[in-house]
Design a protein around this ligand. Sequence first.
Ligand code: HAM
Length: 404
Amino acid sequence: MIKSLRGMNDILEENEYKRFTYFLKVASSVAEKYGFHYIETPLLEETSLFKRSVGESSDIVGKEMYQFIDKGENDVCLRPEGTAGVVRAFIQKKLDRAGGTHRFFYYGPMFRYERPQKGRLREFHQFGVESFGLESVYEDATMIMMVADILNELGIGYRLQLNSLGDQNCMPQYRDNLVSFIESVEDKICEDCKRRKETNPIRVLDCKNEHCQALYENAPKLLNALCESCESDFNKLKKILDANNIAYEIDTNLVRGLDYYSKTAFEFVSDNIGSQSAIAGGGRYDRLVEFLDGRPTPAVGFAMGIERLMELIEMPNENRNGYYFGAMDDEAVNLIITTTQKKRKSDKATCEYRARNLKAHLKNADKANARYCCIIGSNELENGTIWVKDLEEKREETVKLEDF
Ligand code: HAM
């Protein structure tokens, strides 16, 4: 038997597809309320797009890419995240030259060749948004408020972790100081951190090794090294969040796993889903458009991991609605189909052509969560009627088809 690949799941059970589609409905409608509109970009892109954005030093590009040479000898890669493709599309459509604000949302599968475990898949789905053209920190706050709105509407509790990664004025100096510090403890740190020191030193702060973490407690702190403008923006951000009753924790070691961030970085975590606890992450990436050969354009965004959220969503109670139509024998099938088709113009209506008996039809109607179970058998055919049971009020009657 052929099975799906390791770390790649089908979404087909009722408990899954309902949560998945409900999530998308809620998240899309919140994004639209904020004035964002839908964008679709290809799953497959040139590998260099991710190397130049997510960064060669990141685990995602260094270890986790679904990368291959296609039949035209192009080096291509299944997207490991959504931001790079949206930025590519933004530049390709020359929106960087048009100026103004451009706000997008998207959802779809992402691919990372990680070691699968609970909450960590090789194919997973993200809902993301990207906003271009605004350097104001109010847009960063807007992003965070949007995630909070989505989570609140889904009944999901969270902790918000916040940091600032500085910009090209303060980051280089901080990086030098950090490297000096790392060199002072280099004989005691793990091999990964030794490598990180060479490629992207701030990633050491994110090391999961407890021994390293203990050493880094004495490392210089990012937040103490911010220049005036980064510090002032970070303070403004905290004030807006306070004013909007969004609680946050400052985590000066939050560096994110992608290289394109500057200034604001944030992560929403849940304490109810185990070790893979990040449910959304994002931040500002003011340099990325120019790194990908566009005109310098400030930008900020986030993405949410749908599979992780599906475990946490509180589904609303669904009232029975619409109609279930069933035929009791083959002669009634034509009529049941045309009657269903008419009803579909105004209501939800499902149809089963045959069932073993009435009980089986009633069971189907219940499963479809229909309000009315409507049946045509030989008696009804003969009399031009239809038998209707209101499954909520538990009433049943036979009515003339023309009055139905
Ligand atoms: P990210 O933090 O890599 O950010 O991913 C965002 C979310 O995707 C995570 O918080 C997590 O919920 C989910 N996720 C990541 N990897 C997996 C996995 N292997 N299995 C299941 N879920 C996963 C980004 O991707 C950035 N593009 C976010 C962004 C948008 N920043 C600015 N704009």
